[in-house]
Design a protein around this ligand. Structure first.
Ligand code: URA
Length: 437
């Protein structure tokens, strides 16, 4: 029987500020995917949602409709509790490269489906592909077997998962409707729920390098996603974490994998390590591995005893990559050109604008501006001096790596403009701002 619903009426209802029913939302999303609803109508719908918002019921229904718009990843062959962490996107955010093997070394199963970088933010799949031979496109059986044997594996998202999100996201991108809380929450959670993990831990970034620039908006986004996850029957929690400055000391692909390895060797940046500890503890706690404090201790033990690193090596080798990169960084792609950025003042580094550093790394070749762009795995930034550290005028604050000599100058200009100096040391900002359960 043909539905009595009309696309026009649904747009009008939302435009006038009324909540939509489950049936209306399902009708709309299935029309978007089948092509029965035109892009101009979808765009009007998105703007109506942007301006009028959605309540929890509507956001949950939109999320579930996006989840159900394509294939579900059936990883039920994985034995044990499956946990995932998801970051809303940041600069220098290589946490998955440490957290996934660390929690896997402690018994959790991580069948991780990750994204690529877009805009000024990086993506785990691109980073891993900087390891020669690493295959992020394993078939389902190989993937499930790898997770059962090693404890973890990481692959890229296929177009078959949540296709509605792809269409909606592309239209949001050109209609100024990206930064809407229900649209972001349903986009992220629709894809996460299609993968079907038992435990979901969200790392909601806040600050200049994040989608959400203010703490208030980020906390709200985290609350909505946690509520939607729970309504969908999943154990879901979130940490709101700082992304006003870049995370750790490296931004790019090969440089970030190297930093993750150094961290697992116990030689990493303290702030980055503490974020990895908090996220790992949250995953273990949610999966029933004991009190948060004990879960955090277990994480540090895994790092100190080299278990996380050994699991990372096994994961690389199982996915066809050269595990020798762990012992010999010379096996990573190297950039032809390096440019040192010098401090323009004597004093303390007061602030580093994360978005600008992310943009500079992209300009050097580490990221893409369009989904089809190729990236330079060797390109990126090493942060020599970070927030709170003392510098003398003319001292090196950052090194930029690239295979494009011309790009280095523009990247250098952006890096220099991203640094603010002060006469006294700034207050230390915590990396974990709030926990939402
Ligand atoms: N990441 C997503 O997957 N979707 C959004 O809308 C924003 C960030």
């Amino acid at each position: 029987m043909k539905s009595k619903l009309r696309t026009y009426d649904i747009i009008k209802k939302k435009r006038d500020g009324y909540p939509l029913s489950r049936e209306e939302i399902r009708y709309f999303i299935s029309g978007v995917v089948s092509g029965d609803i035109a892009d101009y109508q979808t765009s009007a719908f998105l703007m109506a949602v942007y301006l009028r918002g959605m309540n929890y019921e509507e956001t949950t229904e939109l999320t579930l409709a996006i989840r159900d718009s394509g294939e579900k990843a059936d990883f039920s062959g994985v034995k044990g509790v499956r946990a995932d962490k998801h970051s809303t996107g940041g600069v220098g955010d290589k946490t998955s490269l440490v957290v996934v093997p660390a929690v896997a070394s402690l018994g959790l199963k991580c069948a991780k489906v990750s994204g690529r970088g877009l805009g000024h933010t990086g993506g785990t799949v691109d980073k891993l592909e900087s390891v020669r031979g690493f295959d992020t496109g394993l078939g389902k059986k190989e993937f499930v077997d790898a997770v059962n044997d090693v404890g973890c594996a990481i692959i890229g998202q296929t177009a078959k998962i949540a296709p509605a999100d792809k269409i909606l996201y592309a239209l949001r991108d050109v209609t100024a409707t990206i930064d809407s809380l229900p649209l972001i929450a349903s986009s992220i959670m629709g894809k996460k729920l299609a993968v079907g993990d038992d435990v979901i831990v969200l790392d909601v970034k806040t600050g200049s390098g994040a989608f959400m620039k203010t703490e208030e908006e980020s906390v709200r986004l985290a609350e909505i996603m946690v509520e939607v996850g729970k309504r969908a029957g999943k154990k879901t929690s979130a940490l709101v974490t700082d992304m006003d400055m870049p995370l750790g000391r490296a931004i790019g692909n090969a440089v970030e994998v190297k930093e993750a390895i150094e961290t697992m060797k116990g030689k990493g940046d303290g702030r980055f390590l503490s974020l990895c500890a908090a996220l790992s503890a949250e995953m273990l706690y949610s999966a029933g591995y004991g009190e948060l404090k004990d879960c955090e201790k277990a994480f540090y033990k895994s790092i100190n005893e080299g278990k996380a690193l050994e699991t990372f090596r096994k994961m690389i080798e199982r996915q066809g990559g050269d595990g020798g990169v762990i012992d010999d960084y010379g096996k990573f792609p190297a950039a032809k050109f390096v440019r040192e950025v010098k401090a323009q003042k004597t004093g303390y580094i007061y602030r580093i604008d994360a978005e600008k550093y992310g943009t500079a790394a992209c300009v050097a070749g580490a990221g893409r501006t369009r989904a089809e762009d190729a990236i330079d795995f060797a390109a990126g930034i090493e942060i020599v001096k970070t927030v709170g550290e003392k510098v003398g005028m003319g001292e090196t604050v950052a090194k930029i790596f690239s295979n494009d000599a011309n790009a280095l100058f523009e990247a250098e200009r952006i890096v220099s403009s991203a640094i603010e100096y002060s006469e006294s040391a700034p207050d230390e900002k915590p990396v974990v701002i709030k926990r939402i359960v």
